[in-house]
Every structure is written in C-alpha cells, then in structure tokens.
Design a protein around this ligand. Structure first.
Ligand SMILES: O=C(O)CCC(=O)C(=O)O
Ligand SMILES: [Fe+2]
Length: 224
C-alpha cells in the first residue's frame, strides 16, 4: 500500500505539457480540497470581497479574491483600490509550504521548492458560464514559477506559446485536485480557460458547483 502512494508513483503521474509546464492530476487529496474550499469562502467574504475585475471597461466573467497583494488589471497593490480600498489578507504560511511542495512535486527534486516563496495569490471562482481569455501572467517582476490549483468542476485549460494567443496551444482538462505549474521557458506562455464542465465536481471536494482556481505567484515587489 505504501508503495502504491510513494513519491515515485506521484512523479510518474506528472505530465510535461511544454518545457517548464507540468500537470499533475489529482495532486490535492479530497480532504485538502475541502479544507481549501472552506478557506476560499472565508477570503471571499472580505476584507476585500470577491469581485469581477474590470478589463477595458468590461467585467470579467470570473470573480477573484486576492491574498498577499491585490491584483487589478494590470498592477499589484497592497490595498484593493478598485474595490473598497481595504488591504488584502496576508499571504498564508500554509500556502507558501504548499507552493514549495508543488515545485518539488513537478521538478522531481525534493529540494527544488526550498527557495520558492510566493507572496500573492489570485483565487478565482468560475460559474458554469465563466471563461478566461488568453493572457500572460506578466504583472510580476519575478519570473519564478506560477503554481495553479483547481477544485470543483473540471475545465478546459488552454496552454499556448509565449509569442501570441494563437496556435500552437494545447487544451488540457484540469479537474478537481489538479496541480499545474508553469515556469522557466513557459513562464510567460499565453493561457486561458475556454470552458467549465458543469456537474463534474467530485462530491467530496467541498464545492457542489463551479470551479475554484488558485494561482500563487512571486511578485518581486516590496513595500516602499
Ligand atoms: O483558472 C485557471 O486555471 C487559470 C487562471 C489564470 O490564468 C489566472 O488567474 O491568471
Ligand atoms: Fe493567468
């Protein structure tokens, strides 16, 4: 039994999508997923409530609450100047540890995550109709990897190239519990979510409908 769930087993399940981009299906246990979903509900309540960011005059279909630093198109600030002016919640220590484990799990080197210290997270909620257009995560000054966790309904995640929104790209189904890390040559790859698959959330993940996605980042910013 121990053998079945050894690190080796998990490493073999990691799938490289592009250089520096790795997908690990089912990385989070149902118990961890439920616990994170409960935290997400707390974050969504404030001090900065979850909101749809406005991009070029249009509200996004995805709603987002931030930790550590508040993201708005296209800058990070400590205070949510486009919502209610409140300071966002601190970046939790447990999430730093989880981020380090994610880097270790996707690199195959148990020490690879030791220096990884994410300081911002975007926690997104997708309802049945929500999508996210192709974009780069490029408001960070650091090129440290982005760690992405998904809980709830599955989605189609489009992972593209670093040049433009067009082909070549790969469509990957991200399901509840999946980990996706993109760094190195893939750090500035365009990516987006083209579809959520309603009714696909496992019963034991803590979320009965919709999809939570959390991306951890290293902003490279300091308070002046
Ligand atoms: O929902 C996802 O899987 C991706 C989210 C994303 O790209 C972002 O928040 O920048
Ligand atoms: Fe992104």
């Amino acid at each position: 039994m121990d053998q079945l769930f050894s690190d080796d087993f998990l490493e073999r399940r990691a799938c490289t999508i592009a250089p520096g981009a790795v997908h690990v299906p089912g990385w989070l246990s149902p118990e961890s997923s439920r616990w994170i979903t409960a935290r997400f509900r707390e974050w969504a309540a404030g001090p900065v409530p979850i909101r749809a960011a406005t991009v070029r005059g249009h509200e996004m279909s995805v709603r987002t609450v931030c930790l550590g630093w508040h993201w708005r198109p296209y800058a990070y600030t400590r205070d949510a100047v486009d919502v209610n002016g409140n300071r966002v919640l601190d970046f939790p220590d447990w999430m730093v540890r989880l981020g380090r484990q994610a880097i270790a799990a996707t690199s195959g080197d148990p020490r690879a995550g030791d220096d990884y210290t994410p300081d911002a997270a975007l926690a997104n909620y997708y309802d049945d109709a929500a999508v996210m257009g192709m974009h780069q995560d490029k408001d960070e000054k650091s090129l440290a990897p982005v760690v992405s966790l998904s809980i709830g309904d599955a989605c189609m995640f489009r992972f593209g190239n670093t040049e433009n929104r067009k082909k070549p790209y790969r469509d990957i189904r991200l399901a509840s519990g999946d980990l996706f890390v993109f760094g190195g040559p893939s750090r500035l790859a365009f990516h987006g979510v083209t579809k959520v698959f309603p009714g696909t959330a496992p019963r034991d993940c803590g979320l009965s409908s919709g999809r939570i996605n959390i991306t951890m980042r290293v902003t490279g910013l300091t308070d002046e």
